[in-house]
Design a protein around this ligand. Structure first.
Ligand code: SF4
Length: 63
């Protein structure tokens, strides 16, 4: 089964790092000031993994 990326928005600090790394996968939810997943298939797995590894709040996960 393919891995699907998700964000634990309770932990997100809205730094926009993930959006910078994978702009087709993540976007800022301007109302909430937090990132959200807009297209889980919008980037290669390695690129999404880089966003996961560099998220300062460690709130991006695979499910
Ligand atoms: Fe939120 Fe992490 Fe993305 Fe920063 S990198 S906006 S903390 S999900």
């Amino acid at each position: 089964m393919a891995k699907v990326v998700y964000i634990d928005q309770d932990e997100c600090i809205g730094c926009e790092s993930c959006v910078g790394i994978c702009p087709d996968v993540f976007a800022m939810d301007d109302g909430a000031g937090k990132a959200r997943v807009v297209n889980p298939d919008g980037a290669p797995e390695e690129q999404i993994q880089e966003a996961i590894d560099t998220c300062p709040a460690q709130c991006i996960h695979w499910e």
